[in-house]
Design a binder for this molecule. Structure first.
Ligand code: IPM
Ligand code: MG
Length: 373
């Protein structure tokens, strides 16, 4: 077996970040051991933890290790102890700076209803069962990266956030969404607010012209308010949703909740081909759960399988890991936040051990009978 050798920068961050990242690293180590790969993990300070240790959310040591890694695994950032800092010094600004510095302009959030978890979706089974789509969120522009200003006090205060896009910024992310759709159901839904915003008028016309390069893909446009409603009413109409930074941030939390919990959804952030991509669960740092070993590690674990597939081209390893998760869910094991009546509730570390055990058992089975049996 000729294995691959990869360096992975690990940024555990804050709150439940370190617990869920540990789970993902363990599973990556297992897949390296089983398939003859070698993964070097470099753990680095980031977010609030880095503010406390080094005085800044994105220390230069962390940034340069990320630049030279093959991929980056991030846990979560933020917490109440840093909420009173000015916006520019908070953990969140470290994440935005990391995305900007690494040129990560594409964010992919796969939304998939796992059959075993149907019971915890807030939607009726006929609306959500089999739901499987992807959100492609633009990640390096829009109102998150424009000028932010807060002036004056009390009755005379005034604030301003500038949203801007260039057609080139829209084109590059749109192209990625169409390419994804070509590997799926050939359908892109572009979401904007072109009845009000200039950035959305540009968005819509640019996406429409990129669509001409992809004649086999159907393109629809939805206003964001309608898209939020359609997600609740008919989520199965979607294949690839393409949208701007802020709308993607909001709609992806809504979409995640439809599959049962925001704790389940991974993400990939990337720029040009060949540059290191970043993988992170889309959930936050959940300070109230931190350090209690009760958080659901699945967002981080699916981020690891997304890394195996998208950055390293290790499809079989990713599939092995994900099917072990599905089996463990089928047996009724859950962490507290994704439990339903009759579930066998485990701690984060115990749940991870169950998945590792399942991976081990299925490997033994495979050695005897081959894959796919
Ligand atoms: C996300 C998060 C971040 C974002 C925050 C923490 C800056 O909500 O990844 O969705 O808004 O992008
Ligand atoms: Mg968000």
């Amino acid at each position: 077996m000729s294995g691959v050798r990869k360096t992975i920068a690990v940024l555990p961050g804050d709150g439940i970040g370190p617990e869920v990242t540990r789970a993902a690293v363990e599973l990556l180590e297992d897949s390296a051991a089983a398939f003859g790969h070698h993964f070097d993990f470099h753990e680095l300070p980031f977010g609030g933890a880095a503010i406390d240790r080094c005085g800044a959310p994105l220390p230069s040591e962390t940034l340069s290790a990320c630049r030279s890694a093959d991929a980056i695994l991030l846990g979560a950032i933020g917490g109440p102890q840093w909420d009173s800092l000015p916006l520019a010094n908070r953990p969140e600004s470290g994440l935005l700076a990391l995305r900007k510095e690494l040129g990560l302009y594409i964010n992919l959030r796969p939304i998939r209803m796992r059959p075993a978890l149907q019971g915890i979706s807030p939607l009726r089974a006929d609306r959500i069962s089999g739901c499987d789509f992807e959100i492609v969120r633009e990640l390096a522009g829009d109102i998150y990266f424009g000028e932010h200003e807060l002036r004056g006090e009390n009755g005379s205060a005034r604030a301003r956030d500038v949203a801007s896009y260039t057609s080139a910024e829209v084109e590059r992310v749109a192209r990625y969404a169409f390419e994804r759709a070509e590997t799926r159901e050939h359908h892109v839904t572009s979401v904007d607010k072109a009845n009000v915003l200039s950035t959305s008028v540009l968005w819509r016309s640019t996406v429409t012209s990129v669509a001409r390069e992809f004649p086999r893909v159907t393109l629809d446009h939805l206003y964001v308010d309608n898209a939020a409603m359609q997600l609740l009413l008919r989520p199965k109409q979607f294949d690839v949703i393409l949208t701007s930074n802020m709308f993607g941030d909001i709609l992806s939390d809504e979409a995640a909740a439809l599959t049962g919990s925001i704790g389940l959804i991974p993400s990939l952030s990337r720029g040009a081909k060949g540059r290191p991509a970043l993988y992170e669960p889309i959930h936050g740092s959940a300070p109230s759960l931190a350090g209690k070993d009760v958080a659901c590690p699945l967002g981080a674990i699916f981020s690891a399988s997304l890394m195996l597939r998208e950055s390293f081209g290790l499809d079989l390893e990713a599939q092995w890991l994900e099917s072990a998760v599905d089996h463990v869910l089928d047996y009724g094991y859950r962490t507290m936040d994704i439990a339903e009546s009759g579930s066998r509730i485990l701690r984060c570390s115990e749940f991870t051990s169950q998945i590792r055990g399942e991976m081990h058992d299925s490997l033994l089975h495979t050695e005897r009978y081959g894959w796919g049996v």
